[in-house]
Design a protein around this ligand. Structure first.
Ligand SMILES: [Zn+2]
Ligand SMILES: [Zn+2]
Length: 272
């Protein structure tokens, strides 16, 4: 009991230190970027063209938005997979219909390939955290209609990393995306989820293995204030849906009325 208490307090102190360090790092990075913008022109992270008004050059920005618009026309509103032009989406697409996903709906900026995949991989590194709000701005622009239908009192909740992984990596890219989205939508970010157990890398696992590993991986803080609320659950990539599904189930058990998974990249069709 004593060692558990000591472990918790050590973990709490480390989490506090991580939060302080992240805040300082973000302020320094933001100040550095602002100063850079005055002195150095942007270099597009997709094609490396120099001299645009923002991080993405006009060509890449338009191309990403056009791809997102095409993907939106064919996306399943339940799991965000792309479907055929004549797909019957009542109750979901052929991949998700009849499946318990955990979340109620999913929005993805685009397919997890090409430039978007490269940007998501870049975003995993702390020095690229500045990309997050630019990507969520694109997402909001591309998904304007769906986002307009979200309730004005929704909470934005990032998928957490296990505290030790976040401490080693230096930051959580999902939290950076959640903050960018929340700022744009004037909604609060609530770090309600705690990763109760470290999980091995999911990339090599089958969908069934992922679901099994993720079962019970999340705990919810501040349960009572969640009752009846819509949660916008933010992650960088949606692959099999096991991570968002497990997090959504924990949020639902704690009282959330509806959970919408919002991600930057959606992998191509997998068995859910
Ligand atoms: Zn470019
Ligand atoms: Zn679907």
């Amino acid at each position: 009991m004593l060692s558990s208490h000591v472990g918790q307090s050590t973990r709490g102190r480390l989490s506090g230190l991580v939060a302080v360090r992240d805040t300082v790092a973000r302020l320094v990075c933001a100040a550095g970027r602002a100063a850079d913008g005055l002195v150095f022109p942007w270099s597009c992270p997709v094609c490396e063209t120099i001299g645009s008004n923002g991080p993405f050059c006009a060509v890449c920005r338009q191309e990403m938005l056009a791809q997102a618009a095409r993907a939106s026309l064919l996306a399943c509103p339940r799991c965000a997979h792309s479907t055929g032009p004549f797909a019957d989406l009542r109750g979901g697409c052929a991949a998700c219909r009849g499946q318990s996903l955990g979340f109620d709906a999913a929005l993805a900026f685009g397919s997890y390939d090409g430039a978007l995949r490269a940007l998501c991989l870049q975003l995993k590194h702390e020095e690229s955290a500045w990309l997050a709000p630019w990507l969520t701005d694109l997402l909001v622009e591309a998904k304007r209609d769906a986002i307009a239908q979200l309730p004005p009192d929704a909470w934005v909740v990032p998928i957490p990393l296990h505290w030790f992984r976040e401490w080693r990596r230096g930051y959580n890219q999902s939290e950076a995306l959640a903050r960018g989205l929340a700022r744009h939508l004037h909604l609060p970010v609530r770090k309600l989820l705690r990763r109760a157990q470290a999980t091995h890398r999911l990339a090599a696992m089958s969908p069934t293995e992922r679901r099994e590993v993720m079962r019970g991986a999340f705990r919810v803080r501040h349960r009572t204030r969640l009752i009846g609320r819509t949660v916008l659950l933010v992650d960088d990539v949606l692959t099999t849906g096991a991570t968002c599904g497990a997090a959504a189930r924990a949020l639902k058990q704690a009282g959330a009325a509806r959970v919408v998974a919002i991600v930057i990249g959606r992998t191509e069709r997998t068995t859910l």
